[in-house]
Design a protein around this ligand. Sequence first.
Ligand SMILES: [Zn+2]
Length: 404
Amino acid sequence: MSGAAVDTRLVAEAQAMGAELTRLRHDLHRRPEVGLHLPLTQQRVLEALDGLPLEITLGRALTSVTAVLRGARPGPAVLLRGDMDGLPVTEQTDEPFRSEIDGAMQACGHDLHVAGLVGAAKLLAARREEIAGSVVLMFQPGEEGMHGARHMIEEGVLDAAGQRVVGAYGLHVSAATTPAGVVTGRPGTAMAASDQMYVTVRGRGGHGSAPHRAADPVTVAAEIVLALQTAVTRQFDAHDPVVVTVGRLAAGTVDNVIPETAELDATVRTFSRDHHAVVPERLTRVAEHVAAAHGLTAEVRYERGYPVTVNDADEAARLERVSRELLGDDGFVPAVNPIAGAEDFSYVLEQVPGAFFFLGATPPELDPATAPYNHSAFARFDDAVLPTAAAVLAGVALDRLAQG
Ligand SMILES: [Zn+2]
């Protein structure tokens, strides 16, 4: 680990860019785009980076922007990431810069991630002469369920500087739970893996008065719902939990007809790579065998979502130390637990050590305990955190590069 002190001038320099970063964020917020193809957003990012000494590559399968800043001297490469996409949500806030597009909103604060990363690029570019090594800036579409990070890895983002990055960092803003400007995170699991399980129970329909002449999929589906909860508590260590929620259960048309099939859909959250690896086989076995016990069959389609987001212990410690040095001791609060949401920066952290942290962005007039959270049509984020995001990202990159 580097013992060198973090350059605290980063904070004042970032503050001086506050108005410019806010303008960028508002531009992005007004015209949100969803998915892997964000042409307006990509264009706006390129405009914002214009004039900086960057080697820029655009994505092929998606509208990503990869920008490499090379320091004056050789050294390792590190990666900073900002995701760019909005959500299919119609904004309900009264912000003067609210979305102008019906059915699209930067409801997860990714507009702040872009602006923060642009700010970090400017802070780093101003220090180019002092930098030994390279910084890869990863502007990523398609975080919301579209596996954008995986596409960018396939297109070479981790080697964009001509060598594999040795550290990768990302920040995510929170519209609630944490006061504005406070960084929070933890070593190990930062966020859950999220999978989907779709089960079709196949029986034999019949008259509701004579279930022995049919094979009722409804009772079996109900048993599967409960058996999944039993599996979660009996087959997995309570200190490494698994969450299964059956969010959809559907069968039949009328009270006195036994239907042919019943369906259930579940979300499956795991918090360790070990459990993520074994959970599909165990839950599938439960569904199939409960059905078999009653002479029916269950067809299971198990789909992988994002893997577990796991922070490297040393890199998490670095992010904590840099945050405290830049923001003061109160500027960092350890996260006791992982977040049960999922994040595709997990794909990056499967390949290289790094850390993914949260930055509180609750507007000062709202209570973090009750403010609308990310993904809400009412979610609001405080622009005042933009310089903080820029300074922390730049600071952690410089700190890792100083290690050599
Ligand atoms: Zn997000």
